[in-house]
Every structure is written in structure tokens, then in C-alpha cells.
Ligand binder design. Structure first.
Ligand code: FAD
Ligand code: NAI
Length: 519
């Protein structure tokens, strides 16, 4: 039966009002966040009666901790050579200018200025953690130095969140000749070098052989970093370079070299096959079972395993070489491990207990890529560990406060003579005692895996996802997954400012294409 006119009108009026309300809500949300980001609050000064909590690093682990930490309870000192947080999942997009690098950086100063109590920040590297003297030695390695560029910072509690460095497995020539992809500077260097290779290849009288070498982009490592970078690079070529530098169209080539039999080992078999097929369709050459043994300034020496198991040595010329073979332990972490006998058998980083306390130490915690746990070194793990440590420190502070109150009440009870007063005090002590045991009941860290996502080029992504705490899992790949990838990352970037910048960059790239100038 047709809906009566009156009812239709009511529905339309309801939808109209709802639209208005959502628009108003959205505008209020935006206005509040813009105002809040531009007007930091008055902060409490540092308090000498509070414990000093030193946090090393400004990455996923440390910043997640800072975000949720109640700084009123501690004097917090942050030490990191990087005065910003970097949203690494979108770093591969910066190598080709799909996203501008500043869009995925959030200044640490913005973060700490919004905390209740002032937080000190020193732009420096921790060069040594002295466990016995409970101090961290720090060095300012930046270009501009004052009279003092080396000092010590004492701590009561220390959180080590310094991440990891690039693994090279001691392969000769890697450090000298390859680009890495971990920091913002790496992405900028790659962007510059890609364009340099292209402009050099088109230089007057360049030989054919040299053109082929310069336009061969080799990526070593078929983990998610290598895959996402290779995908972004091929997109750049297909969508922009081919058009603006037609001379290179027949020669530009991306090759991905992986030692294992397949790429993306952490994904399901169906998604690995899908990725390899997509790469083939996109003309990205994937060389699996191929181990790089040596690197020079113009070529790599590899050992490829044939179908019959025999090994063949080969030399591959390259113009750009990007090295993405995972993580290695940082020097400062290795030094800490050498000071603590309980760390003797740990290889991948600092061994920690269920509460992330560094084994064999007191008052030192570690999180993220510098810790060795049963979990993969990902942003997901580091940020959940940061949230956990914030809960732990908040509850430790509450415990101390309640314990102090209990001590004061106990003293009053001992001094009391009146029976009614004694009964009242006893009741209060019981209530406080119960709340204390509640606060103390913090369960150990438990990781909840939400799944893995990776961009594989040509507007496609792969996703192995867990829903409802792992009760349901799904493996999808394609263009819809890419839309999901985009919305997931845009919702996860640090701030509203980052969100708007990333969205604007995507729109800019779709409208005008990527910038092919070499900075
Ligand atoms: P980091 O985030 O690396 O932070 C370490 C911090 O310590 C930095 O601020 C650094 O400047 C500082 N530091 C270094 N040395 C010192 C020192 N001596 N003293 C003091 N501070 C120091 N994971 C995912 O889950 N999903 C993804 O999509 C994803 N994409 C990625 C893409 C790329 C290109 C890369 C490289 C990684 C990606 N990861 C992803 C992995 C993720 O970025 C890391 O697991 C995560 O950054 C680890 O966090 P962290 O806090 O331990 O270290
Ligand atoms: P990885 O450790 O995941 O992969 C490195 C790859 O390099 C391995 O497959 C290894 O077999 C290969 N390799 C090592 N030495 C080699 C050699 N000599 N020759 C050829 N191949 C060699 O490293 P990646 O990709 O840098 O990732 C590091 C961490 O960050 C991982 O935990 C990863 O899950 C996480 N990450 C997650 C992303 C995502 O979820 N989208 C994106 C990027 C990183």
C-alpha cells in the first residue's frame, strides 16, 4: 500500500532535522578541536615531591603512553632525537609524494602541551642507560649545538621505547649504498633519488645500458614495507611519470627481491597469491628465493635458488636500491642488555615480563620494537603496550595515594580514644583497603590482534582482519579493501589536523597528480 502523504512528510522532516543536527554536531566537533589544538591549557609546574618518569622515544609506544598517562602524578621527561610522532603506516606514500611528509607528523610539543602537568622534552639521543646509577646519558646530535650538548638525566622510573634500527645482517655495501624506509628523512631521500635517476637517465647522450640501470628500481625485502613501497613506486610511474617523462616509459622497472619462497609471510596464503598476481599484472617483477649477498654502488649480487634446489649467483644492476629487511637492535638497547645478566639469552631486544618490566631490572619498562615479546614488531603492538603502561602508571600513582591515606588514617586510629571515632576510622580504613586492592588488580598485558592491512598498488589492498576479539576473521583483497584501508588509516592518524592534511593530499593527488619536481 502507498505510504500516506502525511507520513511521508513526517519521514522527510525527520531526515531533514537529522541532517541538520549531524551537520551542527560535526561543525561543533571541528570547532572544539581546532580551538583546543590552538589554545593549550595552563599546566601544573613540575613537583619535586613526585617521582620522575623518563620516557625514551617519541614513536608509537611512547606516544601512546603519553597520550593516556595522567601526568599530574609524575614529573615526566621525554627524550627523543625526533621532536614529532610519525604515523609510519603512511610513510611509503611519502616516497612518491602521494602524501606530503608533514601530513603524517605530529609535533611532540602539541602533545605534551596538552597534558595536565608540564612535561619536559629534550631533543637528544639516549646513549647509555646506567642501571646502577639510575641515570640516562643523553647527547644532542642535531646540527645546532649550544654550550652543553651532552648530559645526564636521573630517573625513578624509566620507559624504553626507542624502537629498532634497520637490519642489514652485515651484508657488505648495504649501509653505504642503499636507502632505507623507516624515518621521514628516508622517504624524502627516496623521493629525491627516484627523480634524480629519471633526470639522469634522460641526460643527453646517456648510453642505453646506463639508462636501463638508472631506471631499474630494486627493493630488497618482501615484508609489508617492501611490498607497500614497490606498489607506491609503480603507481607513481603508471599514473604520473609515464605521462610527464614519456622517454622512460619502456624502461622504468621495479623489481622486488625476497629471500623466502613468498612475500608477506604474515598474511594468509590466499592474500599472498593475490598480492603476487596483482604485482605481476602491474608489471612489478617479484624474485622470491633470492638472497642478496653483496651490494655495490651500481649493482647487487644475489644467490637465487632454482626449482631443483641448485643455487645460482647473479648480478643485478640498479639505479635506486631500497633496503627493507626488518629490524635490528639499537646500540643503546644492546648496551643495556649487556649490563643485565638476565638479558643474556635475549636476541631480538629487551626481554620483558607480563607487565613489560625489563627482566632483571627494577623500575625499568620497555615497549614496542625494542622489546622482545612473542608478538610481531608492529605499531599495533607498540600502541597497545603504551596504553597498558599508561594504565599501569596511573594505577601505581593511585595505589601510592591510597596507601598514604591509609597510613594517615591508621595513625589517627592509634591516637583515637573515643570509641565512636575509632569505629568511624576503622570503617573508613576498610573502604579504602577494598579500593586499594581493586586498584592493585591490574591484569598483565594482553595483546588483541585486530589484523593486518597492506597496500599493494593499483588502488588495491589486502586485509587479514579479526572482528569481535578474534571470534570472526576475514581475508579480503581488492578495491573495496583499499577503501577500507584508506578509511582505517585516516581514522587512525594522530590528530584532526593530520586527518584533514592526509585527506587533502589524497584529493590533491587525484586532481593534479603527483609532483615530479626534484627538491
Ligand atoms: P618507533 O615508532 O620506531 O619509535 C622509536 C622512537 O625512539 C623514535 O621517536 C626515535 O626517534 C626514538 N629513538 C631512537 N633512538 C633513540 C635513542 N637512542 N634515544 C631516545 N630516543 C630514541 N606497523 C603496523 O602495525 N601497521 C602498519 O601499517 C605499519 N606500517 C609501517 C610502515 C613502515 C614504512 C614502517 C617502517 C613500519 C611500519 N609499521 C607498521 C611498524 C611500526 O611502525 C613499528 O612497529 C612501530 O613504529 C614501533 O613503535 P616503537 O614506539 O617501538 O618505535
Ligand atoms: P619484515 O621483517 O616483515 O620483512 C623483511 C623481509 O626481508 C623478510 O621477508 C626477509 O625474508 C627478507 N630478507 C631479509 N634479508 C634478505 C636478503 N638478504 N635478501 C632478500 N630478502 C631478505 O620487515 P619489514 O617489512 O620492514 O617490516 C618490519 C615490521 O613492521 C614487521 O613486523 C611488519 O609487520 C611491520 N610492518 C607492518 C606493515 C603493515 O602492517 N602494513 C607495514 C610495514 C611494516
Amino acid at each position: 500500500a502507498p505510504i500516506p502523504k502525511r507520513q511521508r512528510f513526517r519521514v522527510l522532516r525527520f531526515v531533514w532535522r537529522l541532517t541538520w543536527l549531524s551537520a551542527l554536531g560535526g561543525a561543533a566537533y571541528l570547532a572544539y578541536h581546532i580551538y583546543d589544538s590552538k589554545h593549550p591549557p595552563e599546566q601544573l609546574p613540575l613537583d619535586p615531591t613526585k617521582k620522575t618518569l623518563v620516557v625514551l622515544g617519541s614513536g608509537w609506544g611512547s606516544v601512546s603512553l603519553l597520550k593516556k598517562l595522567d601526568t599530574e602524578d609524575y614529573n615526566v621527561v621525554v627524550i627523543s632525537p625526533r621532536n614529532f610522532f610519525l604515523f609510519t603506516p603512511l610513510l611509503p606514500s611519502c616516497t612518491t609524494g602521494t602524501i606530503e611528509h608533514r601530513s603524517i607528523m605530529e609535533p611532540l610539543r602539541h602533545i605534551i602541551r596538552h597534558k595536565k602537568r608540564a612535561v619536559k622534552y629534550y631533543e637528544a639521543e639516549a646513549t647509555k642507560i646506567d642501571v646502577d646509577r639510575r641515570v640516562v646519558k643523553i647527547n644532542d646530535f642535531s646540527d645546532v649545538k649550544g654550550n652543553v650538548s651532552e648530559t645526564e638525566v636521573p630517573f625513578d622510573y624509566l620507559v624504553v621505547g626507542v624502537g629498532a634500527e634497520n637490519a642489514t645482517f652485515g651484508i657488505p655495501g648495504v649501509r653505504e649504498n642503499a636507502c632505507f624506509l623507516k624515518e621521514i628523512g628516508d622517504a624524502q631521500q627516496i623521493r629525491k633519488k627516484v627523480m634524480d635517476c629519471i633526470e639522469t637517465a634522460t641526460f643527453k647522450d646517456q648510453t642505453e645500458e646506463e639508462k636501463n640501470r638508472l631506471l631499474h628500481m630494486v627493493v630488497v625485502g618482501g615484508g609489508p614495507t617492501g611490498i607497500e613501497f614497490a606498489a607506491e613506486l609503480q603507481d607513481f610511474f603508471e599514473e604520473d611519470l609515464r605521462k610527464w617523462v614519456p622517454d622512460i616509459a619502456d624502461r622504468f622497472k621495479v623489481t622486488l627481491v625476497e629471500a623466502l619462497p613468498n612475500v608477506l609471510p604474515m598474511f594468509s596464503k590466499a592474500l599472498i597469491d593475490y598480492t603476487e598476481k596483482t604485482f605481476k599484472d602491474e608489471n612489478i617483477t617479484v624474485r622470491t628465493k633470492t638472497m642478496v649477498k653483496k651490494v655495490t654502488d651500481k649493482n647487487i649480487e644475489v644467490e637465487a635458488t632454482q626449482a631443483d634446489g641448485s643455487k645460482v649467483k647473479e648480478s643485478i644492476d640498479y639505479g635506486l636500491l631500497v633496503w627493507a629487511t626488518g629490524n635490528a637492535v639499537r646500540g643503546v638497547v644492546r648496551d643495556l642488555m649487556n649490563q643485565v645478566p638476565a638479558q643474556k639469552n635475549s636476541r631480538r631486544g629487551l626481554a620483558v615480563n607480563d607487565y613489560l618490566v625489563v627482566d632483571g631490572t627494577d623500575g625499568i619498562w620497555a615497549l614496542g620494537d625494542c622489546s622482545a615479546t612473542k608478538y610481531a614488531p608492529t605499531a599495533q603492538v607498540a600502541s597497545q603496550q603504551g596504553n597498558f603502561l599508561a594504565r599501569l602508571f596511573n594505577s601505581m600513582a593511585k595505589t601510592q595515594a591510597v596507601e598514604e591515606e591509609l597510613r594517615a588514617l591508621d595513625a589517627q586510629l592509634q591516637a583515637a580514644t573515643d570509641e565512636a571515632e575509632k569505629a568511624l576510622l576503622t570503617a573508613e580504613i576498610n573502604v579504602k583497603g577494598r579500593s586499594l586492592s581493586k586498584v592493585k588488580q591490574l591484569s598483565p598485558f594482553q595483546y588483541s590482534h585486530q589484523g593486518s592491512l597492506a597496500y599493494i598498488g593499483a588502488d588495491r589492498a589486502v586485509a587479514d582482519l579479526n572482528w569481535f576479539g578474534g571470534a570472526i576473521s576475514s581475508a579480503t583483497g581488492g578495491e573495496l579493501t583499499y577503501l577500507f584501508w584508506r578509511s582505517a588509516y585516516v581514522s587512525m592518524v594522530f590528530s584532526l589536523r593530520n586527518r584533514i592534511l592526509v585527506l587533502t593530499d589524497w584529493l590533491k593527488t587525484k586532481t593534479f597528480g603527483r609532483d615530479v619536481s626534484r627538491e
